[in-house]
Structure formats: structure tokens, C-alpha cells
Design a protein around this ligand. Structure first.
Ligand code: MUC
Ligand code: MG
Length: 371
């Protein structure tokens, strides 16, 4: 089987509400959708998600790297030779992990479809068919966040919540998370994501304050490059310290696991550069005693299905997942088997990721590269 043609399309999608992170406020969302065609008529889908201010690249830059560098390196290759595909891409360009993730995702989809199995089967098969869901509260408005959480509890879609508190005054962020925790029933849990916004001195007083406020986890409290600060904070923290932006490569996972620079790790297929590498990172982290959380970059139906399939194969997924992209997006360009019920995401069964592009919707949401 040979890769014959690869297309990438930038799409602009609406969100149900603005999503505020420490580094940016998302008013809408941008995805780059990859369609990979083979000489045997099997087509694979991949997707990468661009959050301006979070990612290191723009959508246009990602598209250019895919079209001009990575796709030419893969044409004529067998997409089922997944590690070989990764090696070819690494030879073609350094870094650019989200672009490599989208292309490897399409290869995994093809490899599974060619066998008539779900992509989870390629990663050892499922250990669970449902993923416990977490919802991210990111309006920066305490009352609105509380109402949103109550609505999710009422709909029985989410009982775990994460508050984005990297914006503005750290004390106000701690108080906001605590107020949300206090307003929700005991059965709900609340975590926070600081998205690197604090320095170590701030984190030193803020983490015990979060603990006092009933918060279960603090995610990426300090800068991604501050492994020493993360290790010191983890050593003294009364609550779970989770790394996210700090750990992208297997080598970084090794460094964090071997020095216990965090208690837990948020994994993401886009961040690690594909499903294989995400599995590798997760297994290294788990071997080092770190608990795993299935992260998101707010992927749409394709990327979310891919992540769900992989996460369903991981023996330890202690902190569940936050694959809420399709619940926050108003539109999508693919149809999928994704179903949310009883506080969980039901894992798609395939074949491949079980997602199909809707050509009309793709054409409608298509956005030309800027510049
Ligand atoms: C993260 O966990 O930092 C993307 C979506 C979101 O809610 O946060 C980021 C990922
Ligand atoms: Mg995070």
C-alpha cells in the first residue's frame, strides 16, 4: 500500500462560548484537517488544533510544513509502517510535533481501516470502553462557571471540573476556584490549570491555599522550562501536581518521571507528535509512577476520536480525560461515533477512528491561509 495524495485544509469553527486561558482568549477555533489517500482506495484522516498564543505555530505555518515538507517526504511510502513514517518526518524537519501528529494520525487511521479494526486494536486493544470526562471552566467569571458546572452535572455529562486560573491576580484565581468548589456538590471534583502563569514563589503559597480550598490537582503551575521548580513544588505540595506543557517528548517524560518532577502528566496526541509517541510518553510516565490524564487541544470529531481510541488502551488513566472539544464546538467538518453519557465519553469502535469527513461542511468552514 502506498500514500498517493495528501491534502490539508484549514477550517474555522465557532465555539459555544469564549474559552479563556492564561495566554489567550479563544473566540473561535482553528483546525488543520489532513486527508491521506492511498493507491488501494483506503483514506485516512488526521487533524491538528491551533490555539494562538499556546501553539508555537500558526495554522498557515502548520499547513505549509505539512504541504511543502512532510507530505512530500511521505508520498509513495507505506502508511502502515508507522515508526518508519515518524522517522521520515523527523528526517525531513525538526520539531513541528503537531504537524507530524496530524499526518501520523492519518496513517494510523489507514492502518486500522485496512485491517477492518478500530485504531485501539493497533495499540493493544481497549482496557476500557468509556472514558471518565472532565469539563474545563474557562469564562473567568465565577458565577458563570458555577452555572455551567451545575448544568453539566444536571445533564450528567461531567462531574469533574477544571478551572483555568492563570489569568490575572493569583489570589483572585485561587479564590475563584475555591468559590466554585464550595458551590458544587461534594461528589463533584475541582482542579485548576495555571498554564505556566505563576512563578515558584507564588506557587509556594498558592498551592497550599488551593489545598485548603478543596482543590484536588494543580496543573502546570510554573513555566514549562522550570523542571527544578516543578520538582521542588511537587516535593512539598499537599495536592497532586500535574505537568502539561513541560512534557512533550519521551525524553522530557523520562526526565520528569525519573526525578519525580510532577505527580501526574496530561498527555496530548497533538503535543507529543502522534499516537505512537503519546503511548510511548504515557508508558514511560506510568513506569516512573506518574498518573495519567487524557488531555486535549480542543480537537474536533477526528482528533477527539483518535485520542479517545488511544486513551482507551492505556492501563492507567487515573485522572480520566478532558476530550470535550466536540462539546465546545458549535460546528464540525466530520461525523463520528462520539457519544457522551453518564459522565463519560463512549469510546468509538471504528474501523479506524470511526470518523468521516463531510465534504460540504469542509467546504463551508474552509478558511484560506492568512498572508
Ligand atoms: C491545557 O490543558 O492546557 C487546551 C484547551 C484547554 O482547555 O486548555 C488547553 C490545554
Ligand atoms: Mg493544561
Amino acid at each position: 500500500m502506498k500514500i498517493e495524495r495528501i491534502t490539508s485544509t484549514i477550517v474555522g469553527l465557532r465555539l459555544r462560548r469564549a474559552h479563556r486561558l492564561a495566554m489567550t482568549t479563544m473566540a473561535g477555533h482553528t483546525l488543520v484537517v489532513v486527508q491521506m489517500h492511498t493507491d488501494e482506495g483506503v483514506t485516512g484522516l488526521g487533524e491538528l488544533s491551533i490555539i494562538a498564543g499556546y501553539n508555537e505555530m500558526s495554522a498557515s505555518a502548520a499547513k505549509a510544513v505539512i504541504d511543502e515538507v512532510l507530505a512530500p517526504a511521505l508520498l509513495g511510502q507505506d502508511p502502515r509502517r508507522l515508526w518508519h513514517v515518524l522517522a521520515l518526518m523527523d528526517r525531513a524537519i525538526k520539531g513541528n510535533l503537531p504537524c507530524k501528529a496530524a499526518l501520523e494520525m492519518a496513517c494510523v487511521d489507514i492502518a486500522a481501516r485496512a485491517l477492518g479494526v478500530s485504531s485501539a486494536a493497533l495499540f493493544g486493544g481497549t482496557v476500557r470502553d468509556r472514558l471518565e470526562m472532565l469539563w474545563v471552566l474557562a469564562t473567568s467569571d465565577t458565577q458563570q462557571d458555577i452555572e455551567e458546572a451545575r448544568q453539566k452535572l444536571g445533564e450528567r455529562t461531567h462531574r469533574h471540573f477544571l478551572v483555568k486560573i492563570g489569568i490575572g491576580n493569583p489570589l483572585e484565581g485561587v479564590q475563584r476556584a475555591t468559590a466554585i468548589r464550595n458551590a458544587l456538590p461534594e461528589a463533584a471534583t475541582v482542579r485548576v490549570d495555571v498554564n505556566q502563569a505563576w512563578d515558584e514563589a507564588t506557587a509556594r503559597w498558592a498551592i497550599p491555599a488551593l489545598h485548603a480550598g478543596g482543590i484536588a490537582v494543580v496543573e502546570q503551575p510554573v513555566h514549562a522550562a522550570s523542571i527544578d521548580a516543578m520538582r521542588r513544588l511537587t516535593g512539598t505540595s499537599p495536592i497532586t501536581v500535574m505537568a502539561d506543557e513541560a512534557v512533550a517528548t519521551p525524553q522530557e517524560a523520562m526526565a520528569y518521571a525519573s526525578t519525580h518532577a510532577c505527580d501526574a502528566l496530561s498527555i496530548k496526541v497533538t503535543k507529543h507528535g502522534g499516537l505512537l509517541r503519546t503511548a510511548q510518553v504515557a508508558h514511560i510516565a506510568a513506569a516512573g509512577g506518574l498518573a495519567i490524564f487524557g488531555g486535549t487541544m480542543i480537537e474536533g470529531a477526528i482528533g477527539t476520536s483518535a485520542c479517545a481510541q488511544l486513551y482507551s488502551t492505556l492501563p492507567d488513566l487515573h485522572w480520566g480525560c478532558q476530550l470535550f472539544g466536540p462539546q465546545l464546538l458549535v460546528d464540525d467538518i466530520a461525523t463520528s461515533q462520539l457519544r457522551y453519557e453518564d459522565f463519560a465519553l463512549v469510546v468509538p469502535t471504528g474501523p479506524g477512528f470511526g470518523a468521516t469527513v463531510d465534504p460540504e461542511r469542509l467546504a463551508y468552514h474552509h478558511r484560506r491561509p492568512a498572508g
